[in-house]
Write a protein that binds this ligand. Structure first.
Ligand code: ZN
Ligand code: ZN
Length: 588
């Protein structure tokens, strides 16, 4: 595999770090040290524990070595030589075992690379000369524990992480971005803004949404369901569990077995909490004979799905054990109709993302995820169907004239797909939404229809998520807006603060008028001081606040405090109503 230059720098730095570590702690056993997406790490078996304080001198030593070392010299060695060279290192010996036992004969080469006086077992991928690495472009970041080969039955090793970029400026920008990302972390803001909590008694990976969090969630759900119905989707409702036979029929069972929960026995029959909704929607389709006139049939649902995630993988609202997906299955007559539907699904996704002020090409991009004709295990075998489907999707993307990338080996089992890729505030790329083309399920479920000519034909299915997983999109939006939600999503849209008790009555009248228009109002008549009430509103990122006193009541001119600015605007109650209604309706 050909690596880019930054990868090579990062990988080379892991050699430098290992050598620097050995210069201070010569009896340390080295395990593995790869490049990662913000730098590199190396796992060490130290004879005595080290601390964060040791990182400075190791880093210093690396800079010295940077001046002394040149290129990396690689050579292939025999198994015997290798075992001799690493005789006192059980980790390297285990790696050598893995290499010589590799089922792929071409991967059975043992190579070592030397730079300076340091030699390591390594498959290559270094810079031509370490002088290419800018001295200030890397930094040792932190120490963590890591089990050998990620297996908790193995020994816990010490992992040292390093950050590395092309330039010092890039490194500094990354560090500044991390600080900003921490401030925006949805787990932190979720607590501060009182949006959701977790309870050990309820269980890991199962969030409880507060009234405020549930409000945001409901707004997102209404938005997507209304928009989909407008676009010709039929929104349905199907059960959260079904007989195990359904997932056997769909063929999902063997592939999803590890991520499904154990069966629930009811009256001698076995049921599963559903990990996906496709077969439910297909059974609905099959409930009647269908004709070409009904196609394309867009079956949509906000589905609750349940998938097992290891506890170490759980992460705020991003990785859960139960979640809600804005899912749909579009049954199409043929590949041309399917291509149109894929295009329509991308239009919908573009529309949603534009509401969130995300730009195609800048904040997100399309990825055409292709199969691999050589891999019959991972992909359903039907070369012609794959060729046709991949070409159709490629044409859809070309016609959209936006830049896209292709990725082989990223398709679903049953067909190619278009993924919408996004980076979160930490810069980590992830698939946010996906539109999949499926020629396998229609065969398995006999998703047929009577065509114009009276003959029975087999359809094609497009699986797609529009806004994706609701919890995950909430996590993304909390971080994207740093908690400053647009008015339509804000749990409290306006906070009203009467100056003194004798203004309460007037404040209540204003609040009631706004509430009658479905505007979410927080009327604060507590005994706290004004300053404290205003601060609380600001901390909760409320978009608008009204302070009502004698002056306002007499003149009818209200003083509107706006979240993003020091401005205070004078506005009449009628104009305020119009303004709020407009902003909510237009989702600005
Ligand atoms: Zn190497
Ligand atoms: Zn599906």
């Amino acid at each position: 595999m050909e690596h880019d230059i930054l990868y090579k720098k990062r990988h080379s730095l892991s050699h430098l770090m290992a050598s620097a570590v050995l210069s201070f702690f010569p009896d340390t056993k080295l395990a593995i040290g790869p490049a990662i997406d913000n730098g590199f790490y190396y796992d060490f078996d130290f004879s005595a524990p080290i601390t964060d304080k040791d990182l400075g001198k190791i880093e210093q030593k690396m800079r010295e070595l940077l001046k002394k070392w040149g290129g990396f010299e690689g050579k292939e060695i025999s198994e015997d030589e290798a075992r001799k060279l690493f005789a006192d290192n059980p980790y390297k010996l285990e790696l050598i075992d893995g290499i010589v036992k590799n089922p792929d004969a071409s991967a059975r080469k043992i190579t070592v690379y030397t730079s300076g006086d340091f030699t390591d077992l390594c498959a290559g991928g270094h810079v031509d000369n370490v002088k290419e690495i800018e001295s200030g472009s890397f930094k040792l970041d932190r120490i963590a524990g890591a089990y050998w080969r990620g297996d908790e039955k193995n020994k816990m090793l010490t992992r040292i992480y390093g950050l590395a970029f092309d330039t010092k400026a890039d490194l500094e920008k990354y560090q500044a971005d991390q600080i900003e990302a921490e401030k925006r972390d949805h787990r932190k803001l979720g607590k501060e803004l009182d949006l959701f909590v977790f309870s050990d008694v309820v269980g890991k990976g199962l969030p409880l949404f507060t009234e405020k969090g549930a409000t945001i969630r409901r707004e997102l759900e209404r938005f997507i369901v209304d928009e989909e119905i407008r676009r010709g989707y039929k929104h349905v409702c199907t059960p959260d569990l079904a007989k195990i036979d359904l997932y056997k029929k769909s063929g999902h069972y063997p592939y999803y077995k590890d991520s499904m929960y154990a069966p629930i026995k009811i009256d001698e029959e076995e049921f599963m909490l559903r990990p996906m909704s496709c077969p439910h929607h297909f059974e609905l389709y099959l409930s009647k004979p269908r004709t070409y006139k009904e196609l394309p049939m867009r079956i949509g649902e906000l589905v609750k799905l349940y998938r097992y995630e290891q506890s170490g993988e759980l992460n705020g609202l991003v990785r859960l054990r139960g979640f809600c997906l804005a899912d749909a299955h579009i049954i199409c007559a043929d590949s041309t109709q399917a291509a149109d539907e894929v295009n329509g699904a991308l239009d919908l996704i573009d529309y949603i993302l534009q509401i969130f002020k995300l730009e195609l090409g800048k904040n997100y991009w399309y990825r055409l995820s292709l199969g691999d004709r050589g891999d019959d295990k991972k992909y359903f075998k039907d070369d012609n169907a794959w060729d046709e489907a991949e070409e159709k999707l490629r044409l859809v993307l070309k016609a959209r004239t936006s830049h896209y990338v292709e990725a082989s080996g990223e398709a679903a089992f049953y067909g190619p797909k278009i993924d919408i890729q996004m980076k979160n505030v930490r810069g980590k790329e992830d698939t946010a939404f996906t539109v999949q083309y499926d020629f396998v399920m229609p065969q398995r479920f006999k998703l047929n229809y009577i065509d114009r000519d009276g003959k029975e034909k087999q359809g094609i299915v497009v699986h797609r998520s529009s806004i994706g997983c609701i919890e995950r999109v909430m996590a993304f939006l909390i971080e994207h807006y740093a908690g400053n939600f647009p008015v339509w999503l804000s749990p409290t849209q306006i906070k009203i603060i009467p100056v003194r008790e004798n203004h309460n009555e007037y404040a209540k009248k204003v609040a009631d008028e706004l509430r009658s228009l479905d505007i979410r109002v927080d009327l604060d008549t507590t005994d706290e001081g004004m300053g404290k009430k205003i601060r609380a509103g600001k901390n909760m990122r409320v978009p608008y606040m009204l302070v009502l006193g004698d002056k306002e009541i007499e003149s009818g001119e209200l003083a509107l405090e706006i979240r993003d600015g020091a401005r205070q605007e004078k506005i009449s109650l009628e104009n305020l109503k119009t303004r709020l209604q407009k902003e909510i309706k237009e989702r600005v």
